[in-house]
Design a protein. Structure first.
Length: 139
């Protein structure tokens, strides 16, 4: 999928990828949010994160529908394994969360391991106006 292509690119490139949720990250958006560099996955305080299992539709002959069903189950298994890696949660916890649409507020997403920080305000440094001299960019 296009989302897994983005994930592969995030893993391939040399720079560490910081992810920030403003508003809402749902479905593949939540996956990519969680796939950011550990310690650099951020949500703003009113952000909402929604996770669920992959969905899709199939039409055609029964054999084609069966092929599509096997493929979506394979993708679900792969993504669940990656969510385990991102969050440190057990496979059983991930499968339960993914069974239906699960909406999390920013602090809940942090507790679940999808993000590392919830920024209430922009960090500031007296000299530069930023915490680390970067002008306010995430770590």
């Amino acid at each position: 999928t296009a989302g897994l292509q983005i994930y592969d690119t995030m893993q391939y490139i040399k720079p560490r990828v910081s992810t920030v949720c403003m508003g809402q990250a749902a479905s593949m958006g939540s996956f990519l949010l969680a796939a950011g560099e550990p310690g650099m996955r951020i949500a703003l305080p009113n952000a909402r994160i929604m996770v669920h299992q992959p969905s899709g539709g199939a039409r055609g002959m029964a054999s084609d529908i069966e092929i599509q069903a096997r493929e979506i189950l394979r993708i679900r298994s792969r993504m669940n394994d990656l969510y385990v890696k991102f969050t440190g949660r057990s496979l059983e916890e991930i499968e339960k969360a993914m069974d239906r649409d699960t909406f999390l507020e920013a602090e809940e997403a942090k507790a679940f391991g999808l993000v590392d920080k919830v920024f209430e305000t922009r960090p500031e440094n007296e000299e530069t106006g930023s915490e680390d001299g970067s002008g306010g960019a995430p770590e």
